[in-house]
Design a protein around this ligand. Sequence first.
Ligand SMILES: [Mg+2]
Length: 228
Amino acid sequence: MTFKFYLFDLDGTLLNLGNIRAYADQIFTKTLNMLQAPKIPNREEKLKFWLAGKDYIKILNKWGILEPQNFWNVYDKVDFELRKVLIDQKKVGLFNDVKDILKKIYETSNKLAIITNTAGYVVEYVLKKFNISKFFQEIFSMGPGIDEKFAKPSPKGVLTILDKFKYNPKELKAILIGDSKLDIIAAKKANIYACLIRRDICTRNKDYNQWKIQPDFIIERLDELLHL
Ligand SMILES: [Mg+2]
C-alpha cells in the first residue's frame, strides 16, 4: 500500500522519553501537588482520566480541580521544564531511526505532520532542538488557546490536518503512526489507517489485541513504514 500522508505522534513515537507512562505520571503528580489538589488519584483513576475525552473536566472536578485550563497550563510548564533538563542531560532524545526514516519519507514527496497532545511550544522546542522541523508541513498540538477536548482520542487533530492537506480518500491514502491507544482511536475515528508502533514489545501495550479499536498495522521500527 502506498501512502501520501504520514501523520506522526511525537512522544513515544519519535521522541524517546524512556518509560512514557512513568514520565507522564511524574508530571501529572507534580501538577496536582502544585495546584494543591486535596487527593492524588490512584493509577486506575488516572488511566480513566487519559481516556475520558471531553469528560475529563468532570474527573478533574471530582479531584477538586475546578479550573481545567489552569491545570493544563501548569501541566505544560512542568512538562517543558523537565523535558529541557532531560534533553540537555541526553536522557531524552529521538529514537535512533527517526531522522533517517523521516528524511526518506519526506524526500519521496509525501506530506508529513505531527499530531500530538503535547503543548505547541514544547513541540516546537523539541523539533528545533533535534533539527527535524523541516520535515513537517503541519503540526496539530495542544496548549494555550486550544480546547483540551480536541486532544486525541478526539479525531479533531487528524481531521484538521487532513483538511489542510486537501485529503481525498478516494485518491490518496493517509496513515497515523503512534505508540498508544489514543492514537489508534483518533485515526480510526477519522477513517484513516492506524499504525501502532511497539518499540518495546515486552512492556508496552501488551494488551493491544484486546482493544476495541484495532490498528491496521503493527510495527516495531520506523523503517517498516517504508514497506507497508
Ligand atoms: Mg505517544
